[in-house]
Design a protein around this ligand. Structure first.
Ligand code: URA
Length: 272
């Protein structure tokens, strides 16, 4: 049966909004004129149908949902078996369970697994996207250029030693050419992130950038729109903020102020 015109229009408008949000986040301010084709129109309408815009703040789902809003493809991925953790896993147990992981295709290109770094009992936990080149070389999260900025923000800005907080990523292996991790790769790694969170039991989680925020909020988010607001992940207050790599690309006083405000709010809440 034909869908009513109004539904079709709504789907197209939602699709256009999603695209614009993505462009804004990438710092795109102008385009060359392109001629739309029937194929692209149908593709965008399909995208909007499968990912309706959600404006209300929702409680996050507790079961592992697919990582909506994250690039998807069909790499060879072993979907995680259900892992039975002890009631209160330790980071060591989680790391042991991860082992020399080959659950997804990222294993092939990595040098080292980048599990996490910092205080296993941290009040403040940072979750980024995935290791870059330097992280892959050293086996530590956020030690490249973006990591230097994050470390500076924590140490100089928040006047907190980096070793006091816990830092990890949504995927533990470097994606080729630093591309955004694919949905299946994120799904494969997610049980380990969840278990890290359960082990550390932080008072506050800071989600760095769109992929981490989208994953932890269970929906595709526009980071520039939602940053600075409080959400929850499994009962833990969650502050989404701009990724330090984005700040490096868009080094504006406004972006720096935004992250600074978000981090200050996160630190203050973790001390309540
Ligand atoms: N380094 C990381 O460990 N994670 C990121 O998301 C970016 C750089």
């Amino acid at each position: 049966m034909e869908r009513p015109l109004a539904d079709e229009a709504r789907a197209l408008i939602a699709s256009a909004r999603l695209l614009l949000e993505d462009f804004i986040e990438e710092g795109v301010h102008s385009f060359e004129r392109a001629v739309p084709t029937a194929d692209t129109t149908a593709m965008h309408a399909e995208r909007a149908r499968s990912k309706p815009l959600e404006t209300a703040r929702e409680p996050v789902r507790t079961a592992a949902p697919p990582a909506s809003g994250i690039a998807s493809a069909t790499p060879s991925v072993e979907l995680p078996d259900e892992i039975v953790w002890s009631a209160q896993p330790t980071l060591e147990e989680v790391r042991n369970e991860l082992g020399e992981c080959t659950r997804c295709g990222l294993a092939v290109g990595r040098n080292r697994i980048v599990f996490g770094d910092g205080n296993p009992e941290a009040d403040l936990m940072f979750v980024g996207e995935g290791p870059g080149q330097e992280e892959d070389r050293r086996g530590l999260p956020f030690v490249g250029k973006a990591g230097e900025l994050l470390t500076q923000m924590i140490e100089k800005g928040l006047e907190t030693p980096r070793s006091d907080v816990y830092i990890c990523n949504i995927v533990k292996c470097r994606p080729p050419n630093n591309r955004t991790p694919l949905e299946a790769e994120i799904a494969s790694c997610r049980p380990f992130l969840d278990a890290q969170i359960a082990a550390v039991k932080p008072k506050v989680i800071v989600a760095l950038g769109k992929p981490a925020s989208s994953l932890l909020l269970g929906r595709d988010v526009a980071i520039t729109r939602i940053r600075g607001n409080w959400f929850e992940y499994r009962g833990i207050p969650l502050m989404p903020t701009l990724h330090p790599a984005y700040i490096l690309r868009q080094y504006t006083p406004e972006n720096r102020r935004h992250v600074w405000e978000d981090l200050k709010a996160a630190l203050a809440r973790s001390r309540e």
